[in-house]
Design a protein around this ligand. Structure first.
Ligand code: FES
Length: 266
């Protein structure tokens, strides 16, 4: 269970507890008021005493003065019935508010941006020198897949012309972070080690090592994410998707053509 879900449950339980607490206070207050009015008015009945003969005056006792005790009268059926009705009203109101709270927070959790790491945030792809060694000439130009960010990191030494390169730091870092989602219909695109292309298994779209369009039904090259270096770390902003280069783009001659056999037949 994610921390966000736990926080939502805690808040919802707090709202429910608050509603019940407030209902309880209101009921107690009204019962007190009912008791006070019952004892003050003497139950609403009046009696007329017969006139008594005058008694000899007694000397007041100056040492002890007793306050006459008031007898509490039990609540009438009518008063009890009102309390029950009020309790039910408040129970219904509390339940409704609790439901609204859960519903509202459930909706918010869908709309709230995921800021607790993972896809959609800035991801540390590792030490720059290590990454470059792995995906560059020393590593045979084998792309590195970062599952947390759903992207491929590939080496790049092309001209860097076009918005897709200028806005992603490709020339400065010699790296490209390619979104693995096929721009045709969204399948995950694996890398083919023999052809050095990215080949989509769904309908056969093919993309060069730098994500440019090579063949198939895809309308353009693979989308990508901006890369910046933070100290020695490669930081990839997966919250910003940069649209892939249009068909016909070819900025790196070395990988313009397949290096061997296709993995997905044409
Ligand atoms: S989804 Fe990749 S080619 Fe159709």
């Amino acid at each position: 269970m994610s921390p966000g879900t736990i926080a939502l449950i805690v808040v919802a339980l707090s709202v429910a507890a608050w509603g019940l607490f407030m209902a309880n206070i209101a009921i107690r207050r009204e019962r007190k008021a009912a008791l006070a009015s019952a004892s003050g008015s003497g139950g609403g009945t009046t009696t007329v005493d017969a006139p008594k003969e005058a008694e000899p005056e007694k000397q007041p006792d100056v040492t002890v003065q007793k306050v006459p005790e008031k007898k509490k009268k039990p609540l009438t059926n009518e008063q009890l019935a009102v309390s029950r009705r009020q309790f039910l009203n408040r129970a219904w109101t509390g339940s409704f508010l609790t439901f609204l709270g859960f519903f509202g927070m459930g909706t918010l959790s869908f709309l709230w941006p995921k800021v607790l790491g993972g896809f959609g945030t800035e991801i540390n792809a590792g030490n720059y020198d290590d990454v470059l060694e792995q995906v560059g000439p020393a590593g045979g130009f084998a792309p590195l897949f970062i599952p947390e960010g759903r992207f491929w990191l590939t080496f790049y030494e092309g001209t860097g012309e076009g918005v897709a390169y200028e806005t992603t730091g490709a020339v400065d870092t010699k790296l490209v972070a390619l979104y693995r989602k096929c721009v045709h219909l969204g399948c995950s695109v694996p890398h083919c080690p023999t052809s050095s292309l990215f080949e989509c298994p769904c309908h056969g779209s093919k993309y060069r090592l730098n994500g440019e369009y090579y063949g198939g039904p895809a309308p353009r090259g693979l989308d990508r994410f901006p890369i910046v270096l933070s100290g020695s770390s490669v930081m990839v902003d997966t919250g910003t998707v940069v649209v892939g280069p249009p068909r016909g783009t070819n900025t790196w001659e070395q990988f313009a053509e397949p290096q061997g056999a296709f993995c997905v037949p044409v």
